[in-house]
Design a protein around this ligand. Structure first.
Ligand SMILES: CC(C)(COP(=O)(O)OP(=O)(O)OC[C@H]1O[C@@H](n2cnc3c(N)ncnc32)[C@H](O)[C@@H]1OP(=O)(O)O)[C@@H](O)C(=O)NCCC(=O)NCCS
Length: 135
């Protein structure tokens, strides 16, 4: 498995994983905006099987997803640990309150729940704000 920077030509595969992973997937245009940021893909035998995006100006994990067939094999953890090497201080993220598996994953990765943000998402769902202190 290799983790490398995401390139434009990877975006179709990233969007495919996005569509399989989220009820409200980000459109491709959103991913273009992040290509110059902390945007990494995990590659297994030349197939993209996961991605992570972070924004170190906002100290935020923007998104992470692993292809459904490759979950629970440590790829998410490797992607997260990789991106955190480029960040410092308090790193934040928001997650849908209903996304229990992601919340468990983030707890395992050392993130703590700080508060709920009511009706944060377009469909009216609440977000959980989480934080991890680096260094
Ligand atoms: C969240 C996600 C990225 C995790 O990736 P993954 O590759 O399956 O996670 P890993 O195999 O690296 O797991 C790392 C740790 O989290 C735990 N974990 C992962 N998924 C879990 C789940 N559904 N329930 C409980 N714990 C879980 C693992 O047991 C592991 O713990 P360990 O280090 O003690 O062994 C993946 O499930 C996913 O793509 N989900 C859909 C997209 C999503 O919800 N993204 C987050 C949006 S905010």
């Amino acid at each position: 498995m290799k983790i490398r920077k995401c390139r434009r030509e990877d975006l179709e595969d990233v969007c495919e994983i996005e569509r399989m992973s989220f009820p409200y997937p980000y459109p491709k245009i959103i991913f273009y905006d992040y290509i110059e940021k902390l945007f990494f893909v995990a590659e297994e035998k030349e197939k993209i099987i996961g991605y992570i995006i972070a924004d170190n100006e906002r100290n935020l994990i923007v998104s992470i997803a692993v292809h459904p067939e490759y979950r629970n094999r440590g790829y998410g953890k490797k992607l997260m640990n990789h991106v955190l090497k480029f960040m410092k201080g308090k790193v934040f993220l928001q997650v849908r309150k209903s996304n229990k598996s992601a919340i468990s994953f983030y707890h395992k990765m050392g993130f703590k729940e700080i508060k709920e943000i009511k009706k944060y998402y377009m469909n009216g769902e609440d977000a959980i704000l989480m934080v991890k202190k680096i260094g």
